[in-house]
Design a protein around this ligand. Structure first.
Ligand SMILES: Nc1ncnc2c1ncn2[C@@H]1O[C@H](COP(=O)(O)OP(=O)(O)OP(=O)(O)O)[C@@H](O)[C@H]1O
Ligand SMILES: O=P(O)(O)OC[C@H]1O[C@H](OP(=O)(O)OP(=O)(O)O)[C@H](O)[C@@H]1O
Ligand SMILES: O=C(O)c1cccnc1
Ligand SMILES: [Mg+2]
Length: 494
């Protein structure tokens, strides 16, 4: 169910869902004869989203699907062949298009599993393979992983705020296009919501689908009792009545009166939904009215531009809401609409048995300077499985016996590693272009996300000024990076 999320969405080939410059670089590499130099790229973000302390990795299933189908179709090649430069010369010569025609993925790709909690600078994907190929993967991998990681993280935060209450994602109408909606529904479920209103997400991914009805249903009857009665007739055991079309508390009374009729016929009203006004006050009043009438089990659903902060606030105000419907602010990641994940070249060699040349991208800010190496992420944990610290290290160099991690932003901050209990987070997914991993189901990834978030210290999970989880570079890697920065930085005498 989870295996081919992209199938049929955009036609047979998705290889042109990339930036022109990937193809122009590929052409240049090919012309230079550099196409088969071995390269290592890492995909990582520099800051967890929403001012939070962590992110939930997502998007790998889409990425695997895209990678497995990576090829240039005849239509793609014809289009590339039609491209002209400013002087009307062809951009790509026919021999290069011939090269692309038979190009198939041969890279080794390692990835951190979906649902894993991840932090700044940690490669979520490591691509090792021919320079031209590895370069061509950049844009699509970023598109898929950035967005889904962002939404899964938003959903995890909403789950944190909602505790054990039900949460449904209602965002399709506000999503950034069709796949923005579909992949957001998937990522939101992965991150911890309980279901979606999005039927295609239910069909493709097996996500439970849920829903109530809209104001138009009530408007079409002109009055609430008739509207609720009719809906209750159609769905005698699956009805949630939207009570705020005219006057919310009157609406609750109308719902109760119809619920009494339903009960007389052997059925129970599932819930009511509030979609405007003061949700704290209205939910308390609605609860009191429902309870007084003997409908203690009828649930109160709330929606209306909610997010983790409003849920927290409403709970603090004593709101009596059992189920949260969250649309716009979840699927658009309203307060941070993009995760700034990047894809950086970290090592290069002429041939597979040559020594690595480590590469670095400098920046005015140390935080934006890339990390060289063929990196692995090692997570040290307590016996109970609580993460203590993560170490990035270069797998191509020997590790010293005494390990120390160094804060990449402040080399005076360092910690010796005493713990011997750890997990290596990057796992093989492709070897020589062939899928070697058995991907978890969406359900398994969702369970993993919940377990991993719950294992984090509350100081890292909190929304306001969370603690920064320690992610360090293994000391010799840090030293090497500093040395490389000094070598590459232009020296301007004062
Ligand atoms: N008790 C509350 N505390 C804080 N925010 C609340 C509370 N109740 C509702 N909100 C939020 O306030 C925002 C705006 O609600 P507001 O009452 O202004 O408009 P509305 O109810 O959508 O109006 P309309 O009747 O036009 O639909 C929404 O995001 C809603 O979730
Ligand atoms: O508020 P969201 O988190 O985006 O959740 C989805 C919204 O979509 C629906 O109505 P819609 O917004 O289309 O119309 P309304 O605001 O008039 O209810 C629903 O009633 C929610 O309000
Ligand atoms: O089913 C619902 O209540 C629903 C679905 C989509 C958007 N808003 C609400
Ligand atoms: Mg609305």
């Amino acid at each position: 169910m989870n295996s081919a999320p992209l199938s049929g969405l955009y036609g047979p080939s998705l290889s042109l869902l990339t930036d022109l410059y990937q193809l122009t670089m590929a052409y240049g590499y090919w012309k230079q004869g550099k196409q088969d130099q071995e390269a290592v790229f890492h995909l990582y973000f520099r800051k967890p989203p929403f001012g939070g302390g962590y992110a939930v990795a997502a998007g790998l299933a889409y990425a695997v699907d895209w990678l497995e189908n990576f090829h240039f179709s005849e239509d793609d090649l014809a289009y590339l062949g039609s491209l002209r430069g400013t002087r009307d010369t062809v951009l790509f010569e026919p021999a290069f298009l011939e090269y692309l025609r038979t190009l198939r993925l041969t890279c080794d790709i390692d990835a951190i599993a979906e649902g894993t909690v991840v932090f700044a600078n940690e490669p979520l994907l490591r691509i090792k393979g021919p320079l031209l190929q590895a370069q061509l993967l950049e844009t699509a991998l970023l598109t898929l992983v950035n967005f889904q990681t962002l939404i899964a993280t938003k959903a995890a935060r909403i789950r944190e705020a909602a505790g054990s209450d039900q949460v449904f994602e209602f965002g399709l109408r506000r999503a950034q296009g069709f796949d923005g909606g579909l992949s957001a529904s998937r990522a939101a479920y992965l991150g911890g919501v309980d279901g979606t209103s999005n039927l295609m997400a239910g069909q493709r991914f097996g996500i439970p689908v849920r829903g109530t009805h809209a104001h138009s249903w009530v408007q079409s009857f002109g009055e609430e009792e008739a509207a609720f009665t009719a809906y209750g007739d159609a769905f005698p055991d699956d009805s949630v009545f939207l009570v705020d079309t005219y006057d919310t508390l009157e609406g609750v009374r109308h719902a109760i009166s119809v619920a009494r009729q339903m009960r007389a016929n052997g059925h129970e009203l599932g819930g009511i939904r509030l979609d405007s006004g003061d949700l704290a006050y209205l939910s308390r009043e609605a609860r009191a009215l429902l309870n007084e009438a003997g409908f203690q089990k009828t649930r109160i659903v709330a929606s209306n531009d909610l997010d983790e902060h409003l849920i927290t606030s409403l709970k603090q105000q004593g709101a009596r809401i059992d189920t949260w419907g969250i649309g716009t602010k979840l699927v658009t990641a309203h307060d941070q609409p993009a995760l700034g994940g990047v894809y950086k070249l970290a090592a290069l060699r002429q041939t597979a048995d040559a020594d690595w040349d480590y590469t670095i991208k400098l920046s005015e800010q140390l935080a934006k300077t890339s990390i060289p190496g063929i990196l692995q992420v090692r997570r040290y944990e307590t016996e109970k499985g609580q993460p203590r610290a993560d170490m990035l290290y270069n797998t191509a160099e020997p590790l010293p016996d005494q390990l120390t991690i160094v804060d990449p932003l402040d080399p005076t901050r360092r910690r010796p590693i005493r713990s011997t209990q750890f997990r290596e987070l990057l796992e093989p997914v492709f070897r020589a272009g062939k899928l070697v991993a058995e991907l978890p189901t969406l359900e398994e990834s969702r369970t993993k996300a919940q377990r991993e978030v719950a294992a984090l210290d509350p100081s890292i999970r909190r929304f306001l000024n969370p603690h920064v989880y320690p992610v360090g570079l293994e000391e010799s890697l840090n030293n090497f990076r500093m040395q490389l920065i000094l070598e590459k930085r232009a020296v301007r005498p004062a």
